[in-house]
Design a protein around this ligand. Structure first.
Ligand code: C2E
Ligand code: CA
Ligand code: CA
Length: 657
């Protein structure tokens, strides 16, 4: 009895150590926020198998110590449970590695077959083969065909896992998980061999627990999948969940809550207030629907619903709509109505563009969720996907491809629209406007359509480079300054105007084409000027110091933040046609007011010492009226539409000589 008790202690201290490690691992794992994807479910299986293993390990130790008091069938049954847990743990580690490193994809047929065979043999070994026990003073051994076969199977599994991990570790994205798995397997081999040669040290349970600890660490810091500000899961997490859902190929629903005013509110009330409001919204959604909330971008939360939520979807959407009719807290004193809408997408009905089995379909779907609001012109709170929206999406896809080709193969052409100086009575300036050469498949594609597509798809900088190269090459090689051109105006998009590499790109190109910086005037729309902060200011200062000048484009549309024009960095204000045309609409009851507005605006801007271009001048009547008002420049169809470079040369030679 004495020896048995010391044996019991000898064995149990490893058990206890293993239990402590396992409890820590499981607590670590289950306390953290988790997303519901295939690899999470498999990982749960790993943990459950290991727990089963450990539980039965305790039981087998007792059964062996008190061997005489237990019926043999019970001892064997406990052993069978123990080995089942052991085998299961390795099996699930293998599957876990596979699923995690294959973007949540289900196992391949070959892999399924392989695991099925292993499982089958394991079950045969466990339930049909014999096991024997040998009790000595310092240890208890189990042996026999069952034990031997199980060890062979586990060795096969270990080796396969190692091979799989080595292959996966070549890929940067899957390197972390695979190296931890490799590490865990290495550890297991060391423990296993030690056990083989020193059978009295029974620490296979310690080795399993330590392996699990390594695996939990391999999952990374849970905060890597969280958005710190709102407490929601981040884009990365959403990408995994979407990949998982697509792989399952069962219907699901996406609710994307787009909060339109977020960046405006940040500027107005500060980050802290917006963060507080976002986490209030996040926790409302979480509580209402008991679902994880994902922050897909700076202004939208995404929630995913399953097939079984189908009946309740309309109700859920209504709950959200009702809540958004009420106010949200920005801080202790301020409550606001938030401008928001929902994009509601059903998979698969609303996503015919996702081809089955396509590798990048999850990124495509994510992109679609983010872009949905730009395709729809629905004023309702709930935007549902319809055929019109899908057609728009397809067209943007085509425009994107066209643009990509154009940039690659010199398919971009510049047109020029002359700008008339009233004082000098000739065309001293012009505006460069971009065109796509070949649009046979789509018909004419306006820059108003393809510039936003370029901006969204990271094509704007290459496109911009093309534009500037062409314009500078033209102006410099034809010596347009000798034909009376004082400057060419080039439009800047929102993204390039705040790109901090832009000034050096400009300077390099000016140098390359030996062009005076004063020959270049950059147009920035009023809305960009209002919404872009310090980066724009820095870029403008840099280029103004270099000798370029700036125009504020489309003045009078949208924002109309009058204080913007007092900024010293603009030398020209371009008044949009929407301020001019109403004055000449015969039936317009507000004509007089429109006149008062334009006339006062013009006088105010002139008094500030700025120059004015009025755009969209189409008739003699409009021209004469503006001439009398004293505006500086006129641009519009009255003189010329935008024309290609050769026509523009002829135009200058004819009218500026
Ligand atoms: P925008 O800068 O306001 O350009 C003026 C637009 O008004 C041009 O359209 C021009 O063809 C049109 N326009 C000029 N005079 C008249 C007129 O008398 N009547 C009427 N109805 N329209 C007139 P376009 O060329 O289609 O360009 C549209 C917009 O696309 C531009 O508006 C600008 O925002 C953008 N864009 C054009 N080229 C470029 C470019 O090279 N880079 C960037 N970033 N944006 C560009
Ligand atoms: Ca412009
Ligand atoms: Ca304009």
């Amino acid at each position: 009895m004495q020896f048995l008790n010391s044996f019991l202690f000898n064995h149990l201290r490893f058990q206890i150590a293993a239990t402590v490690v396992l409890i820590v691992v499981e607590a670590l794992y289950f306390m953290r926020p988790r997303i519901k994807i295939l690899s999470t479910r498999i990982f749960n299986c790993v943990l459950v198998s290991a727990a089963v293993y450990l539980l039965f390990d305790y039981a087998t130790v007792f059964s062996l110590v008190y061997f005489d008091s237990f019926p043999l069938w019970l001892v064997k049954l406990l052993h069978q449970g123990f080995i089942l847990g052991f085998e299961g743990t390795f099996l699930f580690i293998y599957v876990f590695l596979d699923v995690t490193t294959h973007n949540q994809q289900r196992l391949s047929v070959f892999e399924k077959f392989f695991l099925l065979l292993i499982t089958l043999f394991s079950l045969i070994a466990i339930f049909c083969f014999d096991i024997f026990y040998y009790i000595s003073e310092d240890a208890v051994y189990s042996y026999g065909p069952m034990v031997n076969l199980v060890y062979v199977l586990i060795t096969i599994l270990t080796l396969s896992t190692i091979i799989k991990a080595i292959i996966a570790s070549r890929n940067v994205e899957t390197r972390r998980v695979s190296s931890y798995v490799l590490f865990a397997m290495g550890l297991w081999i060391i423990f296993g061999l030690t056990q083989l040669f020193l059978p009295q040290i029974l620490f296979s349970s310690v080795s399993i627990s330590t392996m699990l600890l390594l695996l939990v660490i391999s999952l990374g810091n849970p905060s890597e999948r969280m958005d710190k500000e709102s407490g929601a899961f981040n884009h990365e997490a959403l990408k995994l969940v979407i990949a998982d859902k697509l792989n399952r190929a069962k219907p699901f629903f996406i609710v994307n809550l787009d909060m339109e005013d977020i960046s405006k509110l940040r500027r107005q009330f500060g980050d802290q207030a917006v963060i507080m409001m976002l986490s209030e919204i996040r926790s409302f959604v979480e509580k209402q629907f008991c679902k994880n909330v994902y922050k897909i971008n700076n202004h939208a939360f995404t929630v995913i619903f399953d097939e079984h939520d189908k009946e309740k979807m309309d109700y859920y959407l209504q709950v959200l709509e009702d809540r958004f009719h009420e106010k949200w807290n920005l801080n202790e004193t301020t409550k606001i109505h938030l401008n928001a809408h929902i994009d509601f997408i059903r998979f698969p009905q609303d996503t015919p563009f996702l081809k089955k089995g396509m590798q990048n379909s999850s990124s495509q779907l994510l992109e679609f969720i983010e872009m949905c609001h730009t395709y729809s012109d629905d004023a309702e709170f709930i935007h549902r996907v319809d055929s019109k929206l899908l057609q728009k999406r397809d067209r943007q896809d085509l425009v994107y491809k066209l643009l990509q080709n154009a940039i690659r193969s010199d398919g971009v052409e510049m047109y020029y629209q002359p700008i008339y100086s009233i004082e000098e009575k000739r065309f001293t300036n012009c505006e460069a406007l971009v065109r796509l050469k070949d649009t046979t498949t789509l018909g004419f594609v306006s820059p108003e359509e393809f510039i936003p597509v370029a901006e969204r798809n990271f094509l704007i900088m290459p496109l911009s480079q093309c534009i500037f190269e062409k314009v500078f090459e033209f102006v410099s090689s034809y010596k347009l300054s000798e034909l009376g051109l004082k400057h060419v105006e080039v439009n800047l998009s929102a993204i390039e105007s705040v790109d901090l590499t832009f000034p050096s790109l400009m300077k390099g190109l000016l140098e390359k084409h030996k062009l005076e910086p004063s020959m270049v005037n950059l147009e920035i729309t009023e809305s960009i000027a209002v919404s872009s902060g310090r980066k724009l200011k820095r870029n403008m200062e840099d280029l103004i110091n270099h000798g370029c000048s700036f125009s504020m484009d489309d003045f009078g549309t949208g924002y109309s933040n009058l204080s913007q024009i007092t900024r010293a960095d603009f030398s020209i204000i371009k008044i949009d046609k929407s301020l001019l045309w109403p004055i000449f609409e015969k039936k317009n009851p507000n004509r007089t007011n429109a006149k008062i507005l334009l006339e006062n605006m013009v006088s105010m801007i002139l008094q500030m010492g700025l120059k004015i271009v009025v755009e969209g001048v189409e008739t003699k009547e409009q021209f004469e009226y503006l001439e009398k008002l004293g505006v500086t420049y006129i641009q519009g169809y009255y003189f010329s539409k935008p024309i290609n470079s050769q026509d523009y040369l002829r135009f200058l030679e004819r009218y500026n000589r």
